[in-house]
Design a binder for this molecule. Structure first.
Ligand code: ADP
Ligand code: MG
Length: 214
């Protein structure tokens, strides 16, 4: 199951306040296992996206994973990995949780795959995913869930970014907090499908990076 089609304008915008500025979350544009993603407008008028850790699902383990995801995104400099722009705390329905701000993308790869992607476009797009995953591997981070819902598309420059490092393995990194050890099997979600599906027959995987999960 994937929840791409959740587009719901909010009657009352949610106010997100970071250290230096504030944002108005105006509509829900996505939802997954961790929380909700909102379309938002910054004080300066930029249209962005904000991901919020659902307080109802925010166990200690999930909070740490969210923190790792956020920290990694803040430090990112690779064009095929999601960059986090800002972050902060928020109180929702009486519960404290966290949010982070990122660029707004047109859609996820899941939606893009519903259109007919020509073979000539498919291979360069697939290579971009490998580049993003490889960039994480080079920092000793294994994504573990690179399904199409977790890859976002920028139509301005035909660019894909690997997003949602929520169940990534950061344990080999010295700068992160230890996480409770869980098996890769338990962390995978049911909608995970091979990334090659929908990319057209005959697409070869780059030998540079393995997409094996776990
Ligand atoms: N920056 C973004 N721009 C547009 N849509 C986004 C963005 N980030 C996430 N989404 C949408 O929200 C969905 C859930 O986001 P994701 O980070 O995968 O959350 P979760 O960790 O809960 O799975 C994605 O599958 C995608 O459809
Ligand atoms: Mg996701």
């Amino acid at each position: 199951m994937h929840q791409e089609a959740v587009v719901a304008p909010l009657n009352t915008p949610i106010e997100f306040v970071s250290t230096f500025t504030r944002y108005a979350g105006t509509e829900v544009i996505g939802e997954g296992g961790t929380g909700r993603v909102y379309k938002a407008t910054s004080e300066a008028g930029d249209i962005l996206a904000i991901k919020v850790l659902d307080p109802a699902r925010a166990s200690k383990d999930r909070r740490r994973r969210f923190q790792n995801e956020l920290t990694f995104g803040l430090r990112n400099e690779h064009k095929n990995v999601l960059t986090v722009l800002d972050h902060g705390p928020i109180r929702l329905a009486g519960n404290d949780t966290s949010f982070y701000v990122m660029p707004l993308y047109v859609c996820s790869l899941r939606k893009l795959l519903q259109t007919k992607i020509p073979k000539t476009t498919a291979l360069p797009l697939f290579t971009q995913i490998l580049d993003g995953v490889e960039a994480a591997h080079l920092q000793d981070i294994v994504h573990r869930d690179p399904k199409p819902e977790n890859i976002l598309f920028d139509s301005k420059d035909n660019r894909l970014v690997v997003a949602d490092f929520g169940i990534a393995d950061f344990s080999r990194r010295t700068c992160t907090r230890p996480l409770r050890r869980m098996t890769g099997h338990a962390l995978r979600t049911l909608s995970t499908q091979p990334l090659s599906s929908g990319f057209g027959e005959g697409t070869q995987r780059s030998p540079r990076t393995s997409l094996r999960l776990g």
